[in-house]
Design a protein around this ligand. Structure first.
Ligand code: NAP
Length: 279
């Protein structure tokens, strides 16, 4: 029978642990602080900021939402990041992306002190993750690993196929899987015969943003399938995997919604708490 990899359950278990840790800190008079930097009026960023802030507050963290006008200058934004870097009440800095077009996101990412870089954006953090010296990768790939760990899915020696090579999901995921001794193949839009490559995977992770990209005839019977994709069809959220047809073939599969996305915000909290940004 196919196991449904339930992100909500993974998140709930980890949140209980986070709450216990925050309560222990509170006894010592300490409170972890999350700063969210929201520039302009991007609707998705605003929704995510509100959700993230509410969750962090509910869990007992201090939350500092820095709302900035879309027209802010690069220097003003960097000055704000500098102030957050220096603020002892802030353990993690999360800038909402994308930034308005006139701002240089790479420079902003590089300006975040690595110790507070909870979403693994700074090139120094990225380099250390790539070198296998740090696990401070962005929150989404860490959520994928958290789900695999929760269900005790062995990675060592197994073939993992990652579809998608973005800097926030696909590439850091490759490094996290390598750190667990998986044999990793990464696919992208120029990959030839995607089906043949994906069918080699004991573990297949789709992070593309294309409805039904992963079809049943691409999946090796018994493979574990993780769907990171978020797409909208007729007002409903769906992933990259044809869930109906793939799930009878897979040994385990994440739903969308309720899979990876359900765990990502929890990974933000963990990064703040555990100093995951420390290099
Ligand atoms: P992205 O930056 O657009 O990257 C998409 C990747 O997919 C690229 O590497 C692209 O290849 C590859 N690709 C495009 N078409 C392909 C095809 N036909 N076959 C194979 N590969 C193909 O997206 P992203 O930020 O990584 O996000 C990926 C998906 O995950 C999106 O649906 C996003 O909404 C979702 N997401 C979910 C969460 C979560 O918490 N669940 C978090 C972040 C993102 P090239 O490099 O060659 O262009």
């Amino acid at each position: 029978m196919t196991i449904l990899l339930d992100g909500k359950q993974v998140a709930a278990e980890r949140k209980t642990r986070i709450q216990t840790q925050i309560a222990a800190l509170a006894v010592r008079g300490a409170k972890p602080g999350l700063a969210i930097v929201l520039v302009g009026d991007d609707a998705a960023s605003r929704i995510y900021t509100t959700r993230m802030a509410k969750l962090a507050e509910t869990m007992g963290m201090a939350v500092f939402v820095k709302e900035l006008p879309a027209g802010i200058s690069q220097v003003e934004l960097l000055n704000l990041i500098s102030a957050l870097n220096a603020d002892p009440a802030v353990q993690g800095i999360l800038p909402m992306m994308p930034l308005p077009g006139h701002l240089d996101a790479d420079q902003v990412a590089a300006h975040i002190q690595p110790a507070k870089d909870i979403d693994g954006l700074n090139p120094l953090t990225i380099g250390l993750v790539a070198a296998g010296k740090s696990l401070a990768a962005p929150c989404t790939p860490r959520a994928v690993i958290a789900i695999l760990d929760h269900y005790h899915i062995e990675l060592s020696g197994r073939r993992a196929v990652v579809i998608g090579r973005s800097n926030v999901v696909g590439k850091p995921l490759v490094h996290l899987l390598l750190a667990r001794n998986a044999t990793v193949t990464v696919c992208h839009s120029k990959t030839q015969d995607l089906a043949a490559v994906v069918s080699q995977g004991d573990i297949v992770i789709a992070a593309v943003g294309k409805v039904n990209l992963v079809q049943a005839d691409m999946i090796k019977p018994g493979a574990v399938v993780i769907d990171v994709g978020i797409n909208e069809v007729d007002g409903k959220m769906v992933g990259d995997v044809d869930f109906e047809r793939v799930s009878p073939i897979a040994s385990a599969i994440t739903p969308v919604p309720g899979g990876v996305g359900a765990v990502t915000t929890t990974m933000v909290l963990e990064a703040v708490l555990q100093g995951m940004g420390h290099v």
